[in-house]
Design a protein around this ligand. Structure first.
Ligand code: NAD
Length: 310
């Protein structure tokens, strides 16, 4: 029997989740959004139900995608898991790591899948780089976005940098021993632009910059490892490899191809439900990235306090 899926929150991202679920191997039953007009608009596009309450939706499905603002993830996902629904929760898993851990515990106790929407891990360029990254010595991540107003209930580290934290934690395979960071608020009450330097126990170093107040959007990662380096443009899905060869520098370039990341992510979620194997980005992965984001923000605030008032 195919999974009966619902989407909670059909704003900027959730409407894409609804489209993908409607065209997937699962059956999209309906959507719920506090903004009823928005819910009706998305539901009518896919000929499904716009539920008037979340409880009604939870009673009609066995899996949900939660694509509401981060501050609501814990309460909504806890209700959904409590109602026996598998959950794919958008990143960040929750507003803080304690709430994230609580969701992991509920999912484990109820034997339900909890996957986290770190969709960049399903970006074809990142998947291609997964095969090329061996033992990174230095990683540099740049993620600059223009100000949209969305996501401003949390800081830019949990909102955007968390994508890169999840990617590099996976590549390095260790958790940092030292975290240094700076950041400032520009447009919101939270940190809007941040830079972090992480040192890993095996000697690798990573620097990350994330901004939601930039004029030119960039999503890029560079990885130095013995014998060469890799430059990945996540937006263009372009990978450049620069290696040493007997003839000098060997430079190659390719454009990675693959399914839309949100589709790959939903397929992985559905496969986890079907097989009982963990999803690629589990609740535990979501908590780990969130905990590191919190350490970065703690260092930023500590530094701002030491600087004193303006
Ligand atoms: P958005 O503001 O465009 O949409 C959020 C929607 O949730 C709105 O329609 C709002 O009415 C609804 N909503 C708010 N509270 C609700 C509640 N309690 N119950 C039901 N509906 C509720 O925001 P967005 O940009 O779509 O972001 C949503 C989530 O997706 C966030 O967690 C964000 O971090 C994540 N996101 C992920 C990516 C990615 O690349 N994976 C990209 C963008 C956003």
């Amino acid at each position: 029997m195919s999974n009966l899926i619902g989407v909670i929150g059909v704003g900027h991202l959730g409407r894409h989740h609804a489209r993908i679920a409607a065209l997937s191997s699962a059956t999209l039953v309906g959507v719920f959004d506090l903004d009823q007009d928005r819910a009706r608009e998305v539901a009518s596009r896919w000929h499904v139900t716009a539920f008037e309450t979340m409880e009604e939706l939870l009673g009609a499905v066995n899996a949900v995608v939660v694509a509401t603002p981060a501050g609501t993830h814990h309460a909504i996902a806890a209700d959904a898991l409590g109602a026996g629904c598998h959950c794919l929760v958008e990143k960040p898993l929750a507003a803080d790591s304690n709430d994230g851990r609580a969701l992991v515990t509920i999912a484990r106790d109820r034997n339900l899948v909890l996957a986290v929407g770190h969709s960049e891990r399903f970006n074809p360029a990142v998947e291609r780089a997964d095969a090329l990254v061996a033992r990174p010595l230095y990683l540099e991540c740049t993620r600059l976005a223009s100000f949209q107003g969305r996501g401003s209930d949390i800081d830019v580290v949990k909102d955007l940098m968390v994508h890169d934290l999840e990617i590099i934690l996976n590549w390095v395979g260790e958790y940092p021993v030292d975290v240094r960071a700076v950041g400032v608020s520009v447009m919101t009450r939270e940190v809007d632009i941040a830079n972090a330097r992480l040192e890993f126990p095996g000697g690798a170093v990573a620097t990350l910059t994330a901004s939601r107040v930039s004029l030119t959007p960039i999503r890029a990662v560079r990885v130095f490892q013995r014998g060469g380096y890799l430059s990945v443009d996540l937006k263009e899905k372009r990978i450049r490899m620069i290696r040493h060869s007997t003839a000098g520098l060997d430079v190659s370039e390719e454009i990675a191809e693959g399914p839309e990341p949100l589709k790959a992510e939903q397929d992985d979620f559905l496969a986890a439900i079907r097989t009982g194997n963990p999803p690629r980005i589990s609740g535990e992965h979501g908590v780990r990235a969130l905990r590191l984001a919190e350490e970065i923000v703690e260092d930023i605030h500590g530094r701002l306090e030491r600087l004193g008032p303006e």
